[in-house]
Design a protein around this ligand. Structure first.
Ligand code: 5CA
Length: 445
């Protein structure tokens, strides 16, 4: 992508309305534009990151054996009357009436609708286990939408729903989700710690939230610092293996880690004092097992192997896809701007031409761009006729993890410069070597 032809409305000034760094940088880097309180347009750069995050979520869900579908944003009120949640949900639910005076709502979550799909099509235990998920916009009329995409009213969520024949199978589904989430967040360069939590309006009493530690987080959390040493790494998991998934869950749930809702001071104080930590955290996901809370009232029943009709055991599992952009920036930035982890960066590398219009510099930049494209890596090439300082400032603000700087002086010696956004370190090398290095870095991402 050539910057001269792109749409990147970078702001020079700090927007007054942004209280936290991620919101500030998302506005300044031209990633989002607020349309109403808690409702945003995703400008091209922000949209690219959103799509990257979605892609990682999809890949890890499919790897765990879960099946994507897509349900609508608008739902009929009657479905929610069946579960009893239409009245319970209160003012957070956006209620709409169509021209025929039919009551509808903009979905805040999809337990009822997925249960309706299940009961229409599944009759036998032989169709189980089944986990269906989608990535779809949700609406919650939050009292205080704030911090940009972090607490929006309209936001993108991955929500998955498992259907199982009994408690043990449903707990395996719960464990499978926890394991796949650990891997998902790590691929985004995040450490998200599963913590015992409260279930709120979704229901059930078996639930974990995934929290990214950050001073700007809305939750207060208490944990044993030993948990921050755990790494998922390159493990290859057999998601059908119950013992293997349960062992990984045990590894992450044995050290104490709880939100303020479930915090127990007496247990916390049994941890060695130097490992007792209190912090703030951003909730980037939550998993629930709630048994037959929806299947029973809504008649999601299957025939078991004894010929009896039994309600299925269910759970639901969410990832805050749009919130993740804010969480990643909170966890990875400096005073110049964002520092994207390679897994989610909008472009793998930026090319800065120090002397636009110089024949050799232009040709070298174009050759590097072409060579990267041939390797499936699309660079953002700053081909504007602008000062080097301004180009560097833009690249630092938008946070691409790598920059290739090309200028006539270096080229005379056959060199360009490869710079890491994270460390600020630069290395001179031939254009071919720079392309090869970038390809090598992204081969493992
Ligand atoms: N149905 C269940 C799981 S699929 C559910 O709705 N869970 S939830 O309420 O915990 O939401 C899932 C995730 O969505 C949260 O962990 C959070 O990361 C994200 N989320 C919730 N509310 C908002 C909001 N107002 N703005 C941005 N993200 C949100």
């Amino acid at each position: 992508m050539r910057l001269s032809r792109y749409f990147l409305p970078v702001l020079k000034e700090n927007p007054a309305e942004a209280q936290i760094v991620s919101h500030r940088y998302m506005l300044r880097a031209g990633m989002i534009k607020q349309q109403q309180a808690g409702i945003y347009s995703w400008l091209p750069l922000g949209f690219r990151v959103l799509r990257r995050i979605e892609q990682i979520v999809h890949e890890e869900q499919v790897r765990a054996g879960h099946i994507p579908l897509l349900m609508p944003t608008l739902q009929p009120a009657d479905l929610w009357r069946e579960s009893g949640r239409y009245d319970d949900y209160g003012e957070e639910m956006l209620r709409i009436t169509d021209r025929h005076k039919r009551e509808m709502l903009y979905g805040p979550t999809n337990e009822e609708m997925i249960t309706d799909i299940f009961r229409a099509h599944v009759e036998s235990y032989k169709s189980l286990p089944l986990t269906l998920y989608h990535i779809q916009w949700k609406f919650r009329d939050e009292v205080r939408p704030r911090f940009g995409v972090m607490r929006g009213r309209e936001f993108l969520m991955k929500d998955g729903y498992n259907f199982d024949i009994d408690y043990d199978s449903a707990i395996h589904a719960y464990n499978r989700h926890m394991v796949s989430y650990l891997k998902t967040y790590e691929r985004m360069g995040l450490q998200a710690i599963p913590m015992r939590a409260a279930s709120g309006p979704i229901g059930g009493d078996n639930t974990h939230e995934f929290l990214v530690l950050a001073s700007t987080g809305e939750s207060e959390v208490f944990y044993d610092s030993a948990i921050t040493d755990l790494k998922f790494g390159d493990r290859v998991v057999d998601y059908d293996n119950r013992d293997e998934c349960a062992a990984i869950v045990r590894e992450w749930t044995t050290p104490y880690a709880r939100t303020d809702e479930t915090h127990d001071v007496s247990v916390f104080h049994t941890i060695p004092a130097e490992r007792q930590k209190t912090s703030r955290g951003i909730e980037v996901g939550q998993i629930f097992y709630f048994g037959t809370k929806y299947s029973e009232p809504m008649g999601a029943v299957v025939v078991n192997d004894k010929g009896e009709r039994v309600p299925v055991h269910m759970g639901s599992h969410g990832i805050g896809v749009s919130r993740l952009l804010g969480a990643i920036i909170e966890a990875s930035h400096d005073d110049k701007g964002i520092i994207w982890p390679e897994g989610v960066t909008p472009f793998p590398v930026g090319i800065v031409n120090l002397k636009q219009g110089d024949g050799a510099a232009d040709a070298a930049c174009e050759a590097i761009e072409k060579a990267l494209l041939a390797k499936g890596l699309e660079p953002l090439y700053d081909d504007r006729d602008d000062r080097a300082g301004a180009k560097f400032a833009t690249m630092d603000l938008i946070g691409l993890p790598w920059r290739i700087t090309v200028g006539p002086r270096g080229l005379a010696a056959g060199k360009v410069e490869l710079t890491s956004r994270r460390t600020g370190e630069s290395e001179e090398m031939s254009p071919e070597a720079a392309v090869a290095r970038i390809a090598e870095i992204y081969a493992g991402v």
